[in-house]
Design a binder for this molecule. Structure first.
Ligand SMILES: [Zn+2]
Length: 149
């Protein structure tokens, strides 16, 4: 049985009114930036088509706490962190904001040797996202700064 969206009054399936949520993401496009046009466009495209529990978003570095290096290999470095806000679950109509999970533990990956994040790289990330269900970008440059401390 479909649900009826209390805002647009259309029927939807899988707990997620795609047209309404797509519009919400679009209205926030000017409120964040990765600092990289290619990454911004990629995230915006995925947000226009996001599904329930399948949302990519740009996460500011200050939303991570307790960042600890876990492992370092030839390809990059793995960190543990706590993501303060947690991921988007749903839209809260009453409070008119995204309903988020509680704080979650995450693994951050910093890639060595990637200077130019191009569309091929991002498309590969999208494939991983489908496999992993959720993928969130981190601010690579700030992680690099952290490593130099
Ligand atoms: Zn709707």
């Amino acid at each position: 049985m479909p649900d009826v969206c209390p805002e647009c009054h259309e029927e939807y399936y899988d707990y997620w009114c795609k047209p309404c949520n797509s519009t919400r993401f679009k209205s926030d496009f000017d409120k964040w930036t990765s600092g990289n046009v290619t990454i911004d466009k990629f995230i915006q495209d995925t947000q226009r088509n996001a599904d329930y529990y399948k949302v990519i978003e740009w996460i500011p570095y200050d939303k991570f706490q307790d960042i600890k290096q876990m492992a370092k290999g030839g390809y990059g470095t793995i960190y543990y962190a706590k993501w303060v806000d947690g991921y988007i679950c749903d839209w809260n109509i009453r409070y008119q904001q995204w309903e988020r999970s509680v704080q979650v533990e995450v693994v951050l990956k910093k890639f060595d040797g990637i200077v130019d994040i191009n569309e091929d790289f991002l498309n590969e990330m999208a494939i991983h996202m489908l496999e992993l269900y959720q993928l969130h970008f981190l601010e690579l440059q700030k992680i690099q700064k952290l490593m130099n401390i």
